[in-house]
Design a protein around this ligand. Structure first.
Ligand code: RRO
Length: 292
């Protein structure tokens, strides 16, 4: 499926996703009020991915709430992503979507691009408090989009929090936040917001995404579904995430660069690769990374 990120903000964009081979329709993270996002230039392609600091441009959650019936009518599961600036914001939005027809709610705890706002996923105490509040608002499954972690103690700390709540899925990983790409000719950063600091995406981050999926799969067992995301642009990339333990994968940068044809291409490549290996279904390979 698509990742909450590129090409999923407007109804027209979401309709294109519905018509593609994406397994679900995932919306751009929304906030209480609509937002223009950060100043341009805020997205740049790189040889092996991209850097961006979009700043949560979105229509405001009520627009997505009103869109749910039309999106559902397109015939695919609808996953709404919410990204409030406070626990109160997230309570308001989760409550609203709990009373809608969306299939899943992905709470984004990891946007790196709002000046002055820390990423919730790096604040374990705040994550714990937020989950305590958000998991009791209804029966619809909720999941959380996590930031990339780089220390084993952080995987353990976050897994121990997740285990305390009925979190149905985690999405790993968001972009690697606050990276800097410099153009040596102009002697400037290549994006404008935050002095050039932005989220790194694409091939560069695949090893980080794989490690996060693997670590959480080992720590959480099979109780929590894991959506892998980060640098998937081929069937073999998706297969690697499957081996690491992903139940599903999301595509962001490749979708941005290639357009909606990427979903059928990647799916066909994955099918062909697995068939050549003699695997018939995803569970033949899921989580079955072999020791070296
Ligand atoms: O809009 C963004 O700048 C953005 C978001 Br909400 C996010 O979760 N991750 C990201 O890399 N960019």
């Amino acid at each position: 499926m698509n990742a909450s990120g590129p090409r999923c903000t407007s109804y027209d964009e979401l309709k294109v996703i519905a018509k593609s081979a994406s397994a679900a329709i995932v919306t751009k993270s929304c906030t209480i009020e609509s937002r223009e996002g950060n100043p341009e230039p805020r997205y740049q392609n790189l040889p092996l991915g991209s850097i961006q600091s979009m700043g949560l441009p979105n229509l405001g959650y009520q627009a997505y709430l009103a869109m749910v019936p039309e999106l559902k009518a397109l015939g695919k599961p609808v996953i709404v992503s919410i990204s409030g600036f406070s626990i109160e914001d997230n309570i308001e939005m989760v409550s609203a979507f709990q009373n809608s027809d969306v299939d899943l709610i992905e709470v984004n705890f990891s946007c790196p691009n709002i000046p002055g706002k820390a990423q919730v996923a790096y604040d374990f105490e705040q994550t714990d408090r937020a989950l305590a509040a958000l998991c009791q608002l209804g029966d619809k499954p909720i999941g959380i989009k996590l930031a990339p972690y780089f220390d084993m103690s952080h995987f353990v700390a976050m897994a121990n929090i997740i285990k305390q709540y009925p979190v149905k899925f985690i999405t790993c990983i968001n972009s690697i936040g606050n990276t800097l790409v410099i153009d040596p000719h102009s002697e400037r950063p290549i994006i404008k917001p935050k002095g050039g600091f932005g989220g790194l995406c694409g091939d560069y981050i695949k090893p980080v995404g794989l490690a996060n999926v693997r670590a959480f799969r080992e720590l959480l067992g099979d109780d929590v579904q894991i959506i892998g995301v980060g640098g998937i642009k081929s069937g073999t990339d998706a297969f690697e995430y499957l081996l690491a333990g992903a139940d599903a994968v999301q595509i962001a940068t490749c979708f941005e660069k290639e357009g909606p044809e990427c979903f059928s291409r990647i799916e066909n490549e994955l099918k062909a690769f697995m068939k050549a290996k003699g695997y018939n279904k995803l569970t033949d390979a899921k989580g079955k990374l072999k020791p070296l």
